[in-house]
Write a protein that binds this ligand. Structure first.
Ligand code: COA
Ligand code: AMP
Ligand code: ZN
Length: 438
């Protein structure tokens, strides 16, 4: 790799003026739309909307294009949104948090290369260089934080430790033995890691070389970030992404820590009112809608992310003119993100309904206990008279089935009928007592 003394991983792209960014976006949008006509899904969508690729003459014309939703991805499962033949695809990822068919995202080799470049750009932006040691505590496999950060960190040239999720004692050993300087982790896991370091008598300031955290994959507040920074004496930068947009590398904070720079050479960013689907004025909170600009296998046009955020005003002192958005403020659907895993309440309901011993009255509670985020499922029994052993077996079976469905282990409480509060009107199924959005 050539020596790069610049503050920027890709100086040409990162220092573009607004006019240059917009010009590039229009070229790439027109190309993407033409390419999308290879996908039977988009071809039909355009025909139904009476729209032709030639109708996209300006960037504002993106608004003529119908939205794409998670449901569209499920309906076309597994490969219906591909814009290239499958023989040109080299990998797929599938997102957590789906009911029925999962969502599948396809990648060509070029897509993977571009994804690695995007992640490397983010990591470079916060001061990481080839002599750094990068440890990734994401789940690997289908979780895009695994391979996404792996290839990005390698592209930058760092020694990369694919530690994967969990096993905190081993993580700490790696940090010390390999001289890890940077970690990617979900914020709630870093508080767990610190807890184990304390138990082991490891002082991150004295006993490690840690200097940068990339924290993301789940919502968190400014207070949580500051707490993590104070606990470890390490700078923590917000990292935003989602499987549908490749994964990590969509947006990242620069050293100024004043919002997420979305890479506009890769995405067109819109913020819309989730009810009317009309654009909201800059500064107002709305739903993030993203259009991919350089994807080959599976470009997505006006994808409704369901994440709520807003455009931040003013130029960033770092010199990058790529749009800055606030940290995520909530969701416009009922998806919960717990420990970097996406979960819909309906997934839990579906499992509970399989057990005739259980009633349909349940409550999901999300809490932060001793710095760890947890899910408790309280569910009322449909029958009386089960023995203690039967109850234990039932609890175990439900717990196992839920883990298979939602990918993490909840606590289960089986309750006698009538214990859960009755709500007037629509039943309250989820109580999120964590403070993840501010
Ligand atoms: N990242 C890293 N470690 C995690 C984690 C996460 N998101 N969630 C839990 N852990 C750790 C726990 O702290 C515990 O480690 P420790 O006891 O050695 O400190 C270990 O994983 C097991 O936790 P437990 O609660 O017993 O397991 P579980 O049955 O709930 O499943 C995982 C936990 C880790 C298997 C599952 O949540 C997972 O795969 N998470 C990865 C999610 C991810 O990477 N998301 C990013 C997407 S971009
Ligand atoms: P996944 O597709 O599994 O990568 O999950 C993507 C979702 O995780 C996003 O749509 C967000 O809801 C959430 N998410 C990812 N990164 C962040 C972040 N930095 N802050 C808040 N939420 C995030
Ligand atoms: Zn900046």
């Amino acid at each position: 790799m050539a020596i790069n003394n610049s503050e920027y991983f890709n100086p040409e792209i990162e220092t573009m003026s607004r006019e240059e960014i917009k010009k590039l976006q229009l070229e790439r949008l027109q190309k993407t739309v033409r390419h999308c006509m290879n996908s039977p899904f988009y071809k039909k969508r355009f025909e139904e909307a009476g729209l032709k690729p030639e109708d996209i003459k300006t960037l504002d014309d993106v608004r003529k294009i119908p939205f794409t939703t998670k449901q569209d991805l499920r309906d076309t499962y597994p490969f219906g949104l591909a814009s290239v033949p499958l023989s040109e695809c080299v990998r797929l990822h599938s997102s957590s948090g789906t009911t029925g068919n999962p969502t599948v995202i396809l990648h060509t080799q070029k897509d993977l290369d571009e994804w690695a470049n995007a992640v490397a750009r983010c990591l470079w932006m916060v001061g990481l260089r080839p002599d750094d040691v990068f440890q990734n505590s994401s789940g690997y496999g289908m979780f895009t934080g695994g391979l996404g950060f792996q290839y990005g960190a390698e592209r930058l040239g760092m020694l990369t430790v694919p530690a994967a999720a969990g096993n905190s004692l081993r993580q700490i050993k790696f940090i010390k033995d390999f001289g890890t300087t940077a970690i990617h982790a979900i914020p709630s896991y870093l508080t767990r890691l610190h807890e184990v370091m304390e138990q082991e008598g490891v002082d991150p300031r004295k006993d490690t070389k840690l200097k940068v955290f990339a924290i993301g994959a789940e919502p968190h507040t400014e207070e949580q970030r500051k707490r993590i920074e104070d606990m470890f004496g390490v700078k923590a930068y917000n990292s935003f992404g989602m499987s549908e947009m490749c994964g990590p590398g969509v947006a990242f904070e620069c050293k100024e820590q004043n919002g997420l720079h979305f890479w506009e050479d890769y995405y067109i960013v819109e913020i819309v009112d989730p009810e009317t689907l009309e654009p909201v004025p800059d500064g107002q909170i709305g739903e993030l809608v993203l259009t991919t600009l350089n994807r080959e296998a599976m470009p997505l046009l006006r994808y409704r992310t369901r994440d709520l955020t807003r455009v931040l005003p003013g130029d960033c002192p770092c010199g990058r003119k790529h749009i800055r958005l606030d940290r995520m403020k909530g969701r416009s659907d009922d998806m919960m993100v717990l420990r970097g895993v996406n979960i819909f309440p309906i997934q839990i309901e579906k499992i509970l309904l399989n057990y005739p011993e259980l009633s349909s009255n349940y409550l999901i509670t999300l809490t932060t206990d001793n710095d760890n985020d947890n899910m408790t499922v309280d569910v009322e029994l449909a029958k009386e008279g089960l023995t203690d052993n039967q109850l234990k077996d039932l609890e175990k079976a439900v717990c196992r089935a839920l883990k298979d469905e939602i990918l993490l282990t909840p606590r289960i409480h089986l309750l006698v009928a009538g214990t859960l509060p009755q709500s007037e009107g629509k039943a309250v199924r989820v109580k999120d007592l964590r403070k993840v959005y501010q």
